[in-house]
Every structure is written in structure tokens, then in C-alpha cells.
Ligand binder design. Structure first.
Ligand code: PHE
Length: 460
């Protein structure tokens, strides 16, 4: 084996850094805009209860399964699943689960990078005081002038992909570990600084109220499904990333406690993000918007009317960039590992090839937001009448591949893999947890994920 290939099979140096890296992957853009929005809309504390149940019943068991399969397989997702299928005397067709993860991670990164590019652009827009004293129309036109100009989007998308590729090219220890060792603690520090700012905004109580006030009357089926989908998305499941991180996990590091630590940290960040976002918005008497509008329009407007708003607004977008960066590296790693392991290319070359390929697919998103915004390839179907290529890409990735991958991972680890193999992988500390985990992954997660999947593709 060449040194390059050996470098491709480096292992995490300890449990602490492993937890930091997986937390870096899970804490991403969705913690800052999806989670606060769906929690606020669906009954605050009541929704949180449902969300925690989704984490415990579906998200955490599948995450344990994904790490376990990765560690047992020991290589890129497709290779790991093929090896595992052979080991368990199952059909080679199971390697498709790995392929689905590789594809989902690849596609997900192609548009994640474009959106991370918006956050980078906003670091400079906020920092230069562009939002200071702005009107609603003003912030709206700042946003439109970014997304409606493909050259601008392209420049930021290129820069973000370069940053991601650079980390990955340097390998696990020198690249990923070094990056998360500074990015993730900085992310926490920025979050605390912004929490301090929110505390002084005068509306901290309202922010807390919006996130934690218990209102069960707002819990609908839609809310339950949104909670399950968010648990899945935020835990980075079904996209090869977690399976790949598992493949680099030395045998002595316990999986179960690591997963609980990650889920806890990810949820704490999301809760704090929600309180910060709502405090700042309510301090200005604004109505919280939805999704991208919340972060790229309502929030800049709010920051623009607060003392030191330019500075703290800039910090907020730096935080967003860090969160996206530590996530994007985990999305690129599986494709790079595949190139290194299967094609024997050097890590540097593999990173450049995969980075360039993702960048190219990202053009679909870049142009869907402007020149191709009127192009609706599935306009013949009522549900997709006005879906752009970007909308369809998101639907295919987050709506279909992600739950499908998660479902098959649960089925494989619960039904195909023998109980002895999974017990061995979870280790002696998890002797009592193993039967519980196996029960969830066999009987609870599969029907739960199936419902999410059917809902995403408008079948229920
Ligand atoms: N978990 C990230 C988020 O919440 C998204 C992501 C998925 C990142 C998969 C990496 C891998 O935004």
C-alpha cells in the first residue's frame, strides 16, 4: 500500500476529537434557520418534546447504526457496504446503500456550498454596515442582488468549495482534525458571544418564550413529520458522512456515548441559536420570516437597527460560515475516500477531482436561482408545477435519498447483520443498550422513516 493510500486510512486520534468532528458535521445551516423556525411555529416546548422523542427513537439509533456499519466496513460507504454484505452472506445489492450515501452527500454538498456562499457574502455585507438603518425593501434588494447575479454566486461558491477541498486534501489528521479543533470551539465561542448580545437586546425573555413556551394545540401530524425530518437532517444521516467518519473510528472508542454527546451538543446549539435569533428579531418588533428569508432578510434588518449591530451581525454570519464549513468537509470526505481507495489516486488529486465535480454540479443551483428560475422540468405534475431544478435536487437529496438511505441502514443493521456482530461492534460497555438499540432499529425506525419518506414525496 502506498503512503498516500495509508494516509487515506488514517484513524481519529481520540474520542474527544471524534466527537468534535461529528458535532462539526451535525451543527450546520439547519440548526440556525430550520430548527428555530419549526420550533417557533409548532408550539415551542411541545414541539421540543416531540423532537427529542424523534431523536431518541429514530435519529440516535440510526446514527449508531451508521457509525457501526462504517467502522465494521472500514472503507468508503460503497466499499464498506459491499464488505459487510459479503461478511453477513447477504446480497451484493446492499452496496447500493453505500452508493446512495455517496450520491446523496455529493448532491447535498453541491447546493450546501452555494448557500454557504451566501453566508460568506453576508459577512462582508453586514461588516461594512450595509444593513445599518436599512428598510425592509433595502435588505430585500441586497438579497436579490446577490442571488439574481450568477457571477456573484459563482464566486462565493468557488471560494467555499476551495476552502472545503483544501481541508480534505490535507488528510484526516492534518486536515480534518486540525480544522475541527479550531472551527468547532470557535463556533461555540461565537455562539456564546451572540447569546450575550441577545441577552442585552431587551427581548431575551421573548426569545426564550418563543422556543420553550409549551403549546400542545399546535402539534399536528405535519409538526411530527417535520421534527423527524429535522432530526434526520441535522444528524447528517444517510449521506455517507457519518458512515465515513465511522470507518475512521478506532475499535476502542465507544460509539453509543459518542453519539449521545453529539446529539446533545447539536441540540444545545440549535436551542441557543433559536433563542438568539428570536431575541434579536423581537427586540425590533419584527415578524420572524421563514427559512432563508429569516436569516438573510429579517435578521440583517434587525441587526441593522441595533447598537453595534454591524459588528454582531458580521459575527453571526461568521458563525454560519464556520458551521457550514465543518459540515461540508464531512460531505466531501466519502467521495474522496472512494477515489483514493478504488482508483488509487493520491489524496490531493482525489480532493481536487471530487471538489471540481461538486463545484460543477453546484452550477445547477447557481443558475436555478436566476437565469433558469422559470424552468420547471416537471411542470406536468401538479405537486412539482413550479419546482426549479434546485428544488428538485433538494427533493431528491433531502426528501428521497436521505430517508431511503437511513431506512436501509436501519434494516441492514437490525435485520441482516447478526446480533453478535452488532453487539461486538457496540462493545462491552453497551451490553444493556444493545437489545434496546436493536429493538428501535428493527421495529421503530423503519416505519417512522417510511412515513417521513412517503410524506416527502407527497404520497401521504
Ligand atoms: N447537519 C448539517 C445541517 O444541519 C447538514 C449536513 C448533512 C452536514 C450531512 C454534513 C453532512 O445543516
Amino acid at each position: 500500500m502506498s503512503t498516500m493510500q495509508e494516509a487515506g486510512r488514517e484513524k481519529w486520534s481520540g474520542q474527544g476529537i471524534f466527537i468534535l468532528a461529528v458535532t462539526g458535521s451535525t451543527v450546520g445551516l439547519s440548526n440556525f434557520w430550520t430548527f428555530p423556525y419549526i420550533t417557533g411555529e409548532n408550539g415551542g416546548g411541545a414541539f421540543l418534546l416531540v423532537y427529542v422523542l424523534c431523536l431518541l427513537l429514530i435519529g440516535i439509533p440510526v446514527m449508531i447504526a451508521e457509525l457501526m456499519l462504517g467502522r465494521c466496513g472500514g472503507s468508503n460507504p460503497a466499499g464498506s457496504m459491499r464488505a459487510l454484505a459479503a461478511c453477513e452472506n447477504a446480497s451484493r445489492g446492499w452496496s447500493l446503500v453505500g452508493w446512495s450515501g455517496l450520491l446523496a452527500g455529493f448532491l447535498n454538498l453541491s447546493y450546501y456550498s452555494v448557500i454557504a456562499g451566501w453566508a460568506m457574502a453576508y459577512v462582508f455585507r453586514a461588516g461594512s454596515g450595509l444593513f445599518t438603518g436599512q428598510t425592509l425593501d433595502g435588505v430585500h434588494s441586497v438579497f436579490s442582488s446577490l442571488v439574481e447575479q450568477p457571477e456573484r454566486l459563482l464566486a462565493w461558491h468557488t471560494l467555499f468549495m476551495l476552502m472545503t477541498t483544501l481541508v480534505i486534501a490535507r488528510g484526516l489528521r492534518e486536515g480534518l482534525e486540525t480544522a475541527v479543533r479550531s472551527l468547532v470551539p470557535l463556533l461555540f465561542l461565537l455562539l456564546l458571544v451572540l447569546a450575550g448580545f441577545a441577552w442585552h437586546s431587551g427581548a431575551f425573555d421573548q426569545g426564550v418564550q418563543r422556543m420553550f413556551h409549551v403549546d400542545f394545540s399546535r402539534i399536528s401530524w405535519q409538526a411530527v413529520l417535520a421534527a423527524a425530518a429535522q432530526a434526520f437532517f441535522t444528524l447528517s444521516l444517510g449521506r455517507g458522512a457519518i458512515m465515513m467518519y465511522g470507518a475512521r473510528l478506532p475499535g476502542h472508542i465507544p460509539i453509543v456515548s459518542s453519539v449521545f454527546a453529539v446529539a446533545l451538543l447539536d441540540t444545545l446549539v440549535a436551542l441557543l441559536a433559536g433563542v438568539i435569533v428570536y431575541s434579536i428579531i423581537f427586540a425590533n418588533g419584527l415578524e420572524p420570516g421563514k427559512g432563508a428569508g429569516l436569516v438573510f432578510q429579517t435578521l440583517p434588518l434587525a441587526f441593522g437597527h441595533m447598537p453595534h449591530g454591524a459588528f454582531f451581525g458580521m459575527l453571526f454570519f461568521v458563525l454560519l460560515v464556520f458551521a457550514a464549513w465543518s459540515s461540508s468537509i464531512s460531505l466531501l470526505e466519502p467521495a474522496v475516500a472512494w477515489l483514493v481507495e478504488v482508483w488509487g489516486v493520491s489524496r490531493l488529486r482525489a480532493a481536487m477531482l471530487a471538489g471540481a465535480a461538486v463545484w460543477t454540479v453546484g452550477l445547477v443551483t447557481v443558475f436555478s436561482l436566476n437565469r433558469w428560475s422559470g424552468y420547471h422540468p416537471l411542470s406536468g405534475f401538479r405537486a412539482f408545477r413550479v419546482s426549479t431544478l434546485f428544488d428538485l435536487l433538494d427533493l431528491l437529496t433531502a426528501g428521497v435519498l436521505l430517508p431511503l438511505g437511513g431506512l436501509l441502514i436501519a434494516i441492514f443493521s437490525g435485520w441482516i447483520m447478526s446480533g453478535e456482530s452488532s453487539a461486538r461492534e457496540l462493545g462491552p460497555h453497551a451490553r444493556y443498550i444493545h437489545p434496546l438499540w436493536r429493538f428501535f432499529v428493527r421495529f421503530v425506525a423503519p416505519p417512522g422513516i417510511t412515513v417521513v419518506l412517503l410524506h416527502a414525496i407527497h404520497l401521504i
